[in-house]
Design a protein. Structure first.
Length: 131
């Protein structure tokens, strides 16, 4: 995930590295999910004004509109980024964030070939972590 804003967003008019105080003055889009039954939220500052959305597409649309900034998956905004519609925020720290992926399966030994391939890909050194 990379911190981005619309090319006309006020944060990009600041002529120095951005800090927490700068970000706090602007709306942050967050992708929040309740897929597991309990809300999952992206990291944010406690007093940050947020626009919660349920999908990556909604978050991209909100940032592209210029209404807010956010951390978006770079592979999903490649076209907007390459055209210059979205610009990476010059943060003093935290410009990128990693997303942890998990695979839950009852029994990998009897799972589909695709599930086993994904488990191998996600596992450290090709070995799935069994918990």
């Amino acid at each position: 995930m990379i911190a981005v804003a619309n090319r006309s967003h006020p944060l990009l008019a600041v002529k120095r590295k951005l800090n927490r105080s700068d970000l706090m003055q602007h709306m942050l889009v967050t992708i929040e999910s309740t897929a597991s039954g309990s809300p999952k939220q992206q990291p944010r500052f406690p007093a940050q004004r947020v626009l919660p959305v349920g999908t990556i597409e909604s978050a991209i649309a909100a940032v592209c509109s210029g209404f807010c900034f956010g951390w978006l998956p770079k592979y999903r905004i490649r076209a907007e980024f390459d055209r210059g519609d979205l610009v990476a925020l010059p943060l003093s720290a935290g410009q990128t964030r990693e997303v942890r992926l998990n695979l839950v399966s009852r029994d990998l030994s009897s799972s589909d070939t695709e599930v086993n391939a994904l488990a191998e890909f996600l596992g450290p050194n090709g070995e799935p972590e069994v918990i």
